[in-house]
Design a protein around this ligand. Structure first.
Ligand code: DC
Length: 223
């Protein structure tokens, strides 16, 4: 059985940075499931689909083509959604908002399930998202639910977005994070909450490297 480490949590909890670093240390594959929902959100807005048009969104999800192409020497990979280079748009607040809306539709989640499970390849997978441990990989050998206070998460997102050139303000981001948490936590299917058996880790007062080390220590203890 190919091992899966599931890292779930809300926006700005640090699960992306932690997941990527842990995957690199272990030499495992890494799945950013949020990017899949963000790509669908972007594709839906390009196609001018309403975020509640479930049947069209399911069709779009079934055909979604998401590629990360890393050019030699580039710090960040280029991202192509349905053949269109989307630059930093995938990481922006609009893609995040659209992602959270389309992700609330049960049919869309179902349509994206196999694509996410296909990322489980030898020697192992670190999967980050909201429902990796609860729905997509319920047999993950270790489930971590990473969290932090909304203010700390908003500040982290603020710094990330500013670095990428997005014009955002901290109060606006705190409000957006609260709205997105609320939607993600209260949807009918695969809501944002710790999976059964998940280790909950609050990173509000812990630095990134410390969180990475703690997760790596949990991996060693569980293997
Ligand atoms: O992790 P992120 O901020 O890139 O995710 C963007 C949105 O996608 C998030 O608000 C909810 C949705 N999402 C989800 O519903 N399930 C996942 N496994 C990952 C993301």
């Amino acid at each position: 059985m190919i091992p899966v480490l599931a890292i779930d949590g809300p926006s700005g909890s640090g699960k992306g940075a932690v997941g990527m670093a842990v995957a690199e240390r272990l030499g495992w594959h890494y799945l950013d499931s949020g990017a899949v929902y963000r790509a669908l959100g972007l594709a839906a807005s390009w196609a001018q689909l309403a975020c509640d048009d479930e049947s069209r969104l399911c069709a779009l999800a079934g055909e979604l083509d998401l590629r990360f192409v890393r050019e030699a020497g580039a710090a960040e990979p280029q991202v192509y959604v349905n053949g269109r280079e989307c630059g930093v748009a995938l990481r922006g607040p609009e893609a995040a908002d659209a992602a959270s809306r389309v992700a609330a539709l049960p049919g869309v989640r179902q349509a994206l399930l196999d694509r996410q499970r296909a990322a489980r390849r030898p020697p192992g997978l670190v999967a980050d998202g909201r429902d990796m441990g609860s729905h997509v990989f319920p047999d993950a050998f270790l489930k971590v639910f990473l969290t932090a206070s909304p203010e700390v998460r908003a500040e982290r997102r603020f710094n990330q977005l500013k670095t990428k050139g997005f014009g955002v303000t901290l109060p606006r981001l705190i409000q957006e994070i609260r709205e997105r948490d609320e939607r993600d936590a209260n949807r009918a299917v695969a809501p944002l909450k710790p999976a059964q058996g998940a280790v909950v880790l609050d990173s509000s007062a812990i630095g990134l490297q410390d969180v990475i080390d703690r997760v790596l220590a949990m991996v060693s203890r569980s293997s």
